[in-house]
Design a protein around this ligand. Structure first.
Ligand code: SF4
Length: 394
């Protein structure tokens, strides 16, 4: 498809005027803004927001089946924390979520019978979302649902799926269930489905907007978004956390918290020496956060080191206190370095603010679309006490 074709909307957005669902409280303008944000998050032309909007509002909603194995329900919980659009919009207006054990109104035989019937009817066309690891020891008997092993359910559902998405770190890498000594021989979804294309959306939990953006991309273009070598969508996992972190200015300036609760920790300095895995972990957590709750709603924003849950071999494998490999030692080109001596360069606060702007420009998640109207934070990231007395904690 040429760039011209990609940018050309399939129909005028005015057609959405007839759409009375109001998309969970979003009006026409807000909905288009949301879809434009999704396009930006996917690294596409904003013009494609119209096309995404059209795809999301077609009458025939794609059936989605969500199966859970060795999971903590956190991945479903994160879906419930999606506000732009709300989860009911997602389920009722944008997709047809035909089965999710946690969210199903029906239960037991009734829910299972409906799932089997609906899967059969939509064989070859549905989206299959899997969360949780798959136990494989002793033919998978350590996780059984409705008399069937999860291993069996995953394999049979995968045969009829048009798209398979592994939601969360357990489904993507094996996560906590596969950590040593891995008593159930828990595996990632891709390991039990050799030869199938599985899109990984790792995280513990992942941002619901990374799932939503992926599903909307698939619906709009009929193909998976561009993936990295670990089968993660590049729009969400293409950049290091370290390169977008609001504490990066402190890392570059050598200001580190050395213990939880020490002066550096209270001042909001870099958490690298407390075991932060941001320097070797790819994800958009600093850009989109969680729970639509502003900049503090991700681990580092709350003062806890990133533990690398989106990175295979890092989260759940490397001890939390172990220091990360610094994959890239150079500050990002668009990220102003903080001068260590007074009078040089810009302030660490300005650097942090700049990082937020860069993050919004190059990796804006769907949630950012909801924040477009908001003014940037006014407070300086670094307390003024630091600027007067720059002690080096390194
Ligand atoms: Fe942020 Fe962690 Fe990198 Fe420090 S080491 S800048 S806290 S991601």
């Amino acid at each position: 498809m040429s760039a011209g074709e990609v940018c050309a909307p399939t129909q005028d957005f005015g057609d959405l005027d007839g759409y009375k669902g109001a998309l969970g409280g979003l009006n026409r303008r807000e909905f288009l803004k949301f879809c434009t944000g999704v396009a930006a998050a996917l690294g596409l032309s904003p013009a494609l927001g119209v096309r995404i909007a059209n795809a999301a509002t077609v009458a025939a909603r794609p059936p989605v089946f969500w199966l859970s194995g060795q999971a903590c329900t956190g991945c479903t919980e994160t879906l419930l924390r999606a506000y732009h659009p709300t989860v009911e919009t997602l389920i009722l207006d944008m997709i047809s979520l035909d089965y999710n054990e946690t969210l199903c109104v029906g239960a037991g035989h009734q829910a299972e019978a409906f799932k089997d019937q609906s899967m059969k009817k939509n064989w070859g066309k549905f989206v299959l979302i899997l969360d949780g690891a798959v136990p494989t020891k002793d033919d998978g008997i350590y996780c059984k649902i409705a008399g069937k092993t999860y291993l069996e359910s995953v394999k049979s559902a995968a045969e009829g799926a048009a798209w398979i998405i592994a939601m969360g770190s357990c489904a993507s890498w094996g996560g906590i269930p596969s950590s040593n000594p891995n008593p159930t021989m828990a595996k990632a979804v891709s390991e039990v489905l050799p030869g199938k294309t599985v899109v990984n959306i790792p995280g513990c939990p992942p941002s619901p907007y990374n799932l939503l953006s992926t599903v909307l991309y698939v619906l709009t273009f009929g193909k998976a978004p561009e993936l990295d070598e670990k089968a993660r969508p590049k729009f969400a996992y293409g950049r290091l956390i370290h390169d977008n972190c609001e504490r990066r200015g402190h890392f570059d300036a050598g200001r580190f918290a050395l213990e939880f609760g020490d002066e550096g920790h209270r001042q909001g300095w870099c958490l690298y020496k407390l075991g932060c895995k941001g320097p070797e972990t790819y994800a958009n957590c600093p850009q989109i956060g969680f729970n639509d709750n502003g900049e503090a709603s991700w681990p580092v924003g709350c003062g806890h080191p990133c533990f690398g849950c989106t990175e295979k071999g890092v989260g759940f494998n490397k001890p939390i206190h172990a220091m990360a490999n610094v994959v890239s030692v150079s500050p990002p080109t668009l990220f102003p370095r903080v001068a260590e001596e007074k009078g040089q360069g810009i302030s660490a606060g300005a650097a942090a603010l700049s990082a937020g702007v860069v993050g919004a420009a190059v990796g804006a998640g769907a949630v950012l679309a909801s924040r477009l109207g908001k003014a940037p934070p006014k407070e300086d990231f670094v307390p003024s006490s630091y600027q007067e007395k720059p002690d080096d904690h390194s």
